[in-house]
Design a protein around this ligand. Structure first.
Ligand code: C2O
Ligand code: CU
Length: 483
């Protein structure tokens, strides 16, 4: 196995997780956040309006210089959109950027034309233009929305927000929503423009940041009432960073993954890991005394870093009191027709990247060697094809069960995301997995062999890609044709 060195010069950046920095006085000055901004303007004909545009955000703290960002409705993160399960959702995107854009409703089993994938399901929305999205959200849970055009740039600059689909019937806890991002900024708060789109990132672990924000703030203080039980919804919107968190003081119970209910179980240390685009829903209990504080920590291999502070206060309890264990959320995804024994099996072999063994791949219908691929910035491939979308990975008949056997023959983990469906891991490294955990994004580590299976019940062209966005842009992208 030969390994490659890249032609572009190495950029020296604090890529290691222990190099996170925070605004100097962040702890004292950060405002309390209890909920994220939740108001979205609505037109007279019933469209919620998301305007993509340029603004600034105090990512390093209120008294530090603001960072130029791209945002929906002028805030980072964009507003929380709350809809009811089964509701007809109408959203108007207004593009006030100077680049074409689109919105993808990540994890929603949506009608294909509304999936927001430029070049596959819609044309990019030009500057000054609008696009109307209309869909129903069949599954309750924690989802998110984000740009799906030049995502390696537009997502890094801040174009995302949380999308919550409310259960019709579930215990009503107070929601605490945490949107986690990492940013690569200069010390003066400006965006690190120089490394935007850098080949080095594309061929390694992606654009990893050096500042971490929770709901657009460094180390925010989050007020809770002692004695209350809350629902914590967490999404990792970072371009490429895998995040492990420690919130042991809150005694978390896992109740959902990527929106889908799981049998509630206690999370142990090391269990709370979110790949890019993944979500978890937790039931947490505020047990500490009023006046105490406890951290939410980002855990790296060397140390833990506080990324938010939970502040326990005295107050009236409005949510169900602590009792164990929390009840399970209602399962809403139909599983009828899923038939693993009859599944159509498709192989997906991942190659490429630094320290990989890719020496050629197909691009634009031609076989290119590594040097040519580096030049074209297509340094990853699925089944020997470096991100071409002219042909699908496979064509599937609606109603068929599909099993995709993924082999990660690269030196990096990948967060594989399927549009329009939810899959379950049925085998990992040749061991079959009995529990059916439905997800839309799952990590596949180096040298792993992981089998995803799903019922292809949603017709259309569905992207299947690595959600480490630089890997996607660099070739880790294909699609499934459900007819
Ligand atoms: Cu979260 Cu193809 O996207
Ligand atoms: Cu990847």
């Amino acid at each position: 196995m030969k390994s490659h060195s890249l032609t572009e010069k190495n950029i020296s950046l604090p890529l290691n997780r222990r190099h996170f920095m925070f605004g100097a006085s962040a702890v004292l000055l950060a405002p309390s956040i209890s909920v994220l901004a939740d108001d979205v303007p609505v037109t007279s004909d019933g469209y919620r309006v998301l305007t993509a545009g340029k603004t600034t955000a105090h990512l390093l703290g209120k008294d530090s210089p603001a960072t130029p960002v791209w945002a929906y409705n002028g805030t980072n993160p964009g507003p929380v959109i709350r809809v009811k399960q089964g509701e007809k959702v109408k959203i108007r995107l207004i593009n006030k950027l100077d680049q074409p854009t689109s919105i993808h409703w990540h994890g929603i089993r949506i009608n294909n034309a509304m999936d927001g994938v430029t070049g596959l399901t819609q044309k990019a929305v030009k500057p000054g233009e609008t696009f109307d999205y209309e869909f129903t959200a069949p599954d309750a849970g924690t989802y998110w929305y984000h740009t799906h055009n030049r995502s390696w740039e537009q997502l890094a600059r801040g174009l995302y927000g949380m999308l919550i689909v409310e259960e019709t019937d579930a215990p009503k806890y107070r929601d605490l929503n945490l949107v986690l991002d990492d940013w690569r900024l200069n010390k003066d708060g400006s965006f690190d423009e120089q490394s935007m789109g850098a080949l080095h990132d594309w061929a390694h672990a992606g654009r990893l940041g050096n500042y971490l924000t929770v709901n657009g703030q460094p180390k925010p203080v989050i007020d809770v009432t002692t004695g209350e039980r809350l629902r914590l919804r967490i999404v990792n919107v970072a371009n490429s960073r895998i995040m492990e968190l420690n919130i042991a003081d809150l005694d978390p119970w896992l109740i959902a993954l990527d929106g889908h209910p799981v049998t509630p179980r206690k999370l142990k240390k090391g269990d709370l890991v979110l790949g890019p685009a993944q979500r978890v829903d937790l039931v947490v209990d505020a047990k500490l005394k009023p006046g105490t504080k406890s951290p939410i920590q980002f855990v790296s291999d060397r140390q833990s870093i506080d990324i938010a502070t939970i502040n326990y206060t005295n107050g009236e309890l409005t949510t169900p009191a602590i009792s164990h264990p929390p009840s399970a959320l209602p399962v809403t995804m139909p599983h009828g027709g899923f038939d693993l024994a009859a599944a159509k099996t498709v192989d997906l072999n991942m190659i490429g990247g630094a320290m990989g063994n890719m020496d050629r791949a197909m691009l634009g219908g031609k076989m290119l060697d590594w040097r040519q691929l580096v030049k074209a910035k297509r340094v990853w491939a699925f089944n020997g094809i470096a991100g071409d979308l002219d042909k699908p990975l496979t064509q599937i008949k609606k109603g068929e069960t599909v099993k995709i056997d993924i082999v990660n023959d690269t030196a990096f983990p990948h967060a594989m995301h399927l549009h329009g469906h939810h899959f379950t891991v049925v085998a990992r490294n040749n061991m079959s997995v009995a529990e059916r955990v439905w997800r839309d994004t799952e990590l596949v580590y180096p040298n792993e062999k992981v089998s995803f299976a799903f019922l292809a019940d949603n017709p259309g062209k569905w992207l299947f890609h690595c959600h480490m966005i630089e890997h996607q842009a660099g070739g880790m992208m294909t699609w499934l044709d459900v007819v």
